[in-house]
Design a protein around this ligand. Sequence first.
Ligand code: NAP
Length: 258
Amino acid sequence: MPTVAAPELKSLRVLVLGGTGEARRLAERLARAPGIDAVMSLAGRTNAPLDVGMPTRIGGFGGVEGLMRYLTEAGIDRVIDATHPFAARISANARAACAALGVPLAVFSRPPWRVREGDRWTEASDNESAARALGEAKRRVFLTIGRLGVAAFRASPQHEYLIRSIEPPESQDLPPLSTVILARGPFEREDEIALMREQRIDVVVTKNSGGASTYAKIEAARALYLEVIVIAPPAYGDIPRLADLDAAMVFLGASATP
Ligand code: NAP
């Protein structure tokens, strides 16, 4: 009697664009999921990236074209963009490459912070408009936007800046009246209040990065009744946003079958 071969189950090939805690959590879940064959992509910004328990590729793809080539050659069926909300270039590249190839794409990232009672927020669309929003009169500014955005504040040289970043900004990027402190979150509310008091801060400038680890500066500013200039994250357009890990599994699960 002829034997009928069982249909071969094809795993769903998933590319996770990473570099965040959210991507690591997603990787842990995907590594345990049957029928999913995922690969993590990191930009290569840190020298010793954490093991995420799945195959990892490191380094840029070479723009939209390079990403399209990778998606095709690696046979990727789905892409999840779990990069930092302010990693705008790779997210735009993912949108363009996936749209061109018809590969479904979703965004998995933390929601931005929302203004709460007692907050004194001024919203800005980018670093340049945040620098303008500081106004003409000299102020003491706590600048916590990452080292790469600091140069935009050279356009407002009258202010005194306390700049906090993980790695030092380039010296040519610094506004003339700058002090740099190096620190990596998470930060505590009481420590942030103490720092802002000691440094006689008038205004805080931050990216709206969402998440808990750097939220203490927002709470401290609220407690001290300080203005916070909040730079909005870039828009995602109409790309579906996955609210949690279960939503990510639904996005993948529908096609994780033969
Ligand atoms: P970006 O400006 O959006 O990306 C710059 C270039 O880096 C991209 O065009 C791409 O190069 C490459 N790249 C970025 N993320 C990649 C990834 N996951 N896999 C492969 N290539 C990637 O990004 P960024 O702001 O420099 O951030 C770089 C990485 O650090 C991201 O993975 C992000 O999740 C993480 N991160 C960023 C921030 C932030 O505040 N921006 C904070 C924490 C972590 P090609 O064009 O050559 O493909």
